[in-house]
Design a protein around this ligand. Structure first.
Ligand SMILES: Cc1ncc(C[n+]2csc(CCOP(=O)(O)OP(=O)(O)O)c2C)c(N)n1
Length: 109
């Protein structure tokens, strides 16, 4: 998300209607999986989340953090009926029972 802040500003300037979903896994998971598959230290890939509410507010977007998959679905349906600039933060634990990197059994990233 933090690589995308300029686009948030442009979307507001251009009065676009967009939904962006943050899949919050508390880190750079793709890179962590790739490093750990090669036995490299992964501590640099675990980052603290910023306050996404404040980020949305700063760029004039609405923000919502669903607590269940059903709530996530309802938020998306609401967006389809009434598009706006909407940032959705979805905690990985809300949507997944199996962590990234273990979706295919003995998979390596
Ligand atoms: C502007 C920019 N800086 C650095 C990178 C290198 N990069 C590729 S993937 C990645 C981590 C992505 O983490 P995240 O967006 O949280 O997705 P995840 O893998 O956790 O699903 C980084 C830093 C990039 N693609 N673009």
């Amino acid at each position: 998300m933090q690589f995308t802040l300029p686009e948030m500003a442009v979307a507001r300037e251009q009065d676009l209607k967009l939904v962006v979903v943050i899949w919050n896994n508390q880190g750079y998971k793709e890179i962590e999986n790739s490093l750990s598959a090669r036995g490299v230290d992964t501590s640099s890939t675990r980052i603290a989340s910023p306050n996404f509410t404040a980020i949305a507010d700063a760029y004039g977007w609405d923000y919502v953090k669903p607590k269940t998959p059903a709530e996530f679905g309802a938020v998306l349906e609401r967006f389809m009926k009434s598009p706006e600039l909407l940032l959705i933060e979805l905690d990985q634990q809300v949507a997944l029972t199996t962590p990234s990197g273990q979706w295919y059994g003995d998979d390596q990233a």
